[in-house]
Design a protein around this ligand. Structure first.
Ligand code: PSU
Ligand code: MN
Length: 307
């Protein structure tokens, strides 16, 4: 094959039609499917999240790289195959071009999904939790590329805060340094993924999707690069208290250190161990919060589409 610099990006017919009509679209990531949840709950959740976006009046666009092509919107068979595949690559900003050049297949993290969504003209992306500053980062330097991406790619990301397995105060500090607006919804505290309250105040609060859409547009008008982090607390009925989780997190963290798990493997390892240690409760909470984020993402996308 001759080297080409044109971007291999294909929208599904449904997403292409929505794009042509200026209809609201919500991007969804695929690493949560391949590395964040076990099969078959991963594919069931991916389908339920797409349905939640549709029910809320927007078109879902799940994003992955399949055989060297960025796919914006996955057909059900493609989603199924990805969800069951083993050893799928986890693609962040650093990996995307290499995977495409090799005609490879991989799941996109928050950072890579933002890049692909922006290239496809999609402004809103809903997920579970973003990557952040890991505990012990002062020694390991483990800081997710998701944070830098929020500073440079203009996509509004709806998440339930950052996972409690991270160092949340340091994560908020880095986001502040990078100039990323962190906007809590419906409360002033920064949520902690499985729990509604991290014990930390979010720097900003906006309760109306229309206002979140307006501030997204205003960043564009200001010529600012980067997006917004919308921190949407898990529904009260689904939350797990921070006190119940703390010992499980400490145990999972200690195991990761003892087994010298590093780099990309850290987040999937911790999520899987917490799933086991909590007898599945973290997964139930994870599913509930992603659905909740999908609905808010759709409302923001609708407000943006209205202009
Ligand atoms: N939140 C989840 N499950 C996940 C992730 C987040 O509940 O699988 C993924 C997202 O794709 C996020 C990535 O971008 O973990 C962060 O990985 P790292 O810390 O290696 O940057
Ligand atoms: Mn990392």
């Amino acid at each position: 094959m001759t080297p080409s610099s044109s971007l291999p990006l294909v929208m599904s017919p449904e997403v292409a039609a929505a794009h042509a009509d200026g209809a609201p679209i919500v991007a969804l990531e695929s690493t949560i499917i391949t590395h964040g949840m076990p099969w078959p709950q991963n594919v069931e959740t991916a389908r339920a999240v797409e349905a939640a976006v549709r029910d809320a009046g927007a078109v879902p666009a799940t994003i992955a790289v399949v055989a060297g092509v960025i796919r914006i919107g996955l057909e059900p068979e493609v989603l199924d195959r990805l969800a069951q595949a083993r050893d799928v690559a986890k693609l962040s900003r650093a990996d995307l071009a290499v995977c495409l050049a090799r005609q490879g297949t991989g799941a996109t993290t928050v950072a890579a999904t933002m890049i692909c969504a922006a290239r496809a003209g999609i402004a809103v992306f809903a997920t579970g939790g973003i990557g952040g500053v890991h505990r012990g980062a002062e020694l390991s330097f483990d800081i997710s590329a998701d944070l830098q991406e929020l500073a440079q790619t203009p996509v509004t990301v709806v998440a339930a805060g950052a996972k409690a397995i991270l160092d949340l105060p340091k994560t908020l500090e880095v986001l502040e340094t990078l100039g990323v607006p962190v906007i809590a919804v419906g409360q002033s505290q920064f949520p902690a993924f499985w729990s509604r309250d991290s014990g930390l105040d979010a720097p900003l609060r906006m309760d109306a999707p229309e206002m979140i859409a307006a501030s997204h547009s205003m960043r564009g008008a200001l010529g600012l690069p980067g997006g917004q982090l919308v921190a949407n607390p898990i529904p009260a009925s689904a939350e797990i208290s921070a006190e119940a989780l703390a010992p499980l997190i400490a145990q999972a963290q200690a195991e990761a250190e003892a087994r010298q798990i590093t780099g990309k493997a850290v987040t999937p390892f911790l999520l899987q161990r917490l799933f086991e240690l909590s007898h599945g409760r973290t997964l139930e909470a994870n599913i509930a919060l992603v659905l909740n984020n999908a609905r808010l993402g759709a409302a923001i996308a609708r407000a943006l589409a209205k202009g």
